[in-house]
Design a protein around this ligand. Structure first.
Ligand code: ADE
Length: 449
């Protein structure tokens, strides 16, 4: 169990609520943004929320660009692209709510399972090209296609993430330094490296070629520990295919990894390619988009009527079966909720059906008349005896756990002082708590068992 700062935390860490979403764990982190898992509390649906710091955007003069890119993301709706759901803002942050791809990164699969079979690689490549070409046809270019941006949904289908936002001018990212900004240039086309000016579509198709190679080979076509050597290899398109690549795949790869952007395969040529066409089923995306920019403008318009509040919600820590079992001796849970328990260690537990807030208030009301100084800090509760006992001042902390919906377990534990005094205190406290203490026997009687 958690013990923060020497006494048990009363509640688990606060959960942040933004609009109807409860913010959860971190999924990924970039220069300007963090992506967090979140839950729509109205529908129960999981989403991914990109949280962008407004100040950072303003500092880097990227506001107009971000606005344009969010509008662009609204234009794309395709089964193989992570869908933008809504955009919100607080005074300091912008929240981009997206579809959550539960299957994680495609390349984690390669890291764990090794290279993919040709059929499987072809399926992902077909989905990749379908989505990339769909975006190109709407004037949207990714320009940063790389493994981190390829996710999988629950059904194992590819989902490209960050289409649009990643199409920010390279020079404006992270201090304007290209080599630190892009991280690895392994997926970047030769014309980007020499910075001659490039066309978004051909650059994306080069990256698709690198991705196809990695899926089938399990390693990169262009790699070198020395950055200059790596650039040279990319510039000359110096790569060779491993023996297990079929001749059809090789031919297509040489057409995609063509250092000359003018002769490189276009999407139209890829669709005609025999290797690509095998089993290809174009994605269905018939839904008409109703694109309005009102909400986007509203988000950047600092008038408070459009701003959402970021609220911290305190919730009692929840307990799962493993936590409960670890508290009990063996697998027998019957002793867990009965008093007296671990008197030697100074731990007492009881259950209550009252709300966590009522439990806190009742403990406070019961402890004060007993001469205890009660500290409640962010819903944490510490009870400090006002006089020195045999073994120093008695100090008790409490924690509430949610063991089931509307059933709480309250744990009292002694931080300092004499155990006999502590047990005496618990007895007195339990008198004050009699309407919330819910011993096992009473519970049985109450439920008619
Ligand atoms: N990481 C970044 N974006 C994500 C998303 N939409 N779903 C799952 N993980 C992500």
């Amino acid at each position: 169990m958690s013990d923060i700062g020497g006494w048990h935390s009363y509640f688990s860490s606060p959960r942040t609520r933004v609009g109807k979403y409860e913010i959860g764990k971190l999924l990924g982190e970039g220069t300007f943004a963090k992506v967090k898992l979140a839950k729509n509390k109205e529908t129960g649906e999981s989403v991914a929320i990109k949280v962008i710091d407004k100040e950072k955007i303003l500092k880097h003069k990227m506001l107009e660009q971000i606005k344009r890119e969010i509008s662009t993301m609204k234009l794309v709706k395709h089964p193989n692209i992570v869908q933008l759901l809504e955009v919100m803002a607080s005074k300091t942050k912008i929240y981009i709510v997206m579809e959550y791809a539960t299957g994680g990164e495609l390349f984690d699969k390669i890291v764990h399972q090794g290279r993919l079979k040709e059929e499987q690689s072809r399926k992902y490549f077909q989905q990749l090209i379908d989505a990339v070409d769909y975006c190109h046809s709407r004037g949207v270019y990714h320009r940063d296609l790389k493994p981190e941006n390829l996710l999988l949904d629950a059904a194992g289908n590819l989902k490209i993430s960050d289409f649009g936002l990643s199409a920010l001018p390279q020079q404006l990212r992270e201090d304007g330094l290209l080599h630190t900004t892009c991280g690895t240039p392994n997926y970047v086309a030769p014309e980007v490296i020499v910075d001659k000016g490039y066309h978004g579509a051909t650059v994306d198709l080069w990256s698709c070629g690198v991705i196809l190679f990695v899926l089938m080979a399990g390693y990169l076509p262009f790699d070198d520990p020395n950055l200059l050597n790596l650039y040279r290899k990319i510039y000359r398109a110096e790569f060779s295919c491993p023996s297990w690549f079929s001749s059809g795949a090789r031919k297509l790869l040489f057409k995609l990894l063509d250092p000359n952007a003018k002769t490189r395969y276009t999407a139209a040529q890829i669709y005609k390619n025999d290797w690509f066409r095998k089993g290809y089923k174009p994605a269905q995306h018939t839904e008409k988009l109703n694109v309005t920019l009102e909400d986007i403008n509203a988000v950047f318009n600092d008038s408070s009527e459009f701003l959402v509040m970021e609220k911290k919600e305190m919730k009692p820590a929840s307990m799962n079966a493993f936590d409960l079992i670890s508290l009990s001796s063996g697998l027998d849970l019957s002793g867990l909720f009965e008093q007296p328990q671990d008197e030697e260690r100074g731990e007492t537990r009881f259950t209550s059906k009252k709300s966590a807030k009522e439990i806190v208030n009742t403990i406070e009301e019961a402890a004060r008349p007993l001469g205890f100084n009660v500290q409640i800090q962010n819903h944490k509760l510490k009870l400090q005896g006002d006089k020195q006992g045999r073994k120093g001042q008695l100090s008790v902390s409490t924690q509430v756990f949610e063991v089931a919906p509307s059933l709480f377990m309250v744990e009292l534990s002694k931080n300092n002082g004499d155990t006999i005094e502590y047990n005496h205190f618990c007895k007195n406290l339990s008198k004050g708590l009699k309407d919330i203490v819910w011993k096992a026997e009473e519970a049985d009687t109450a439920s008619g068992n």
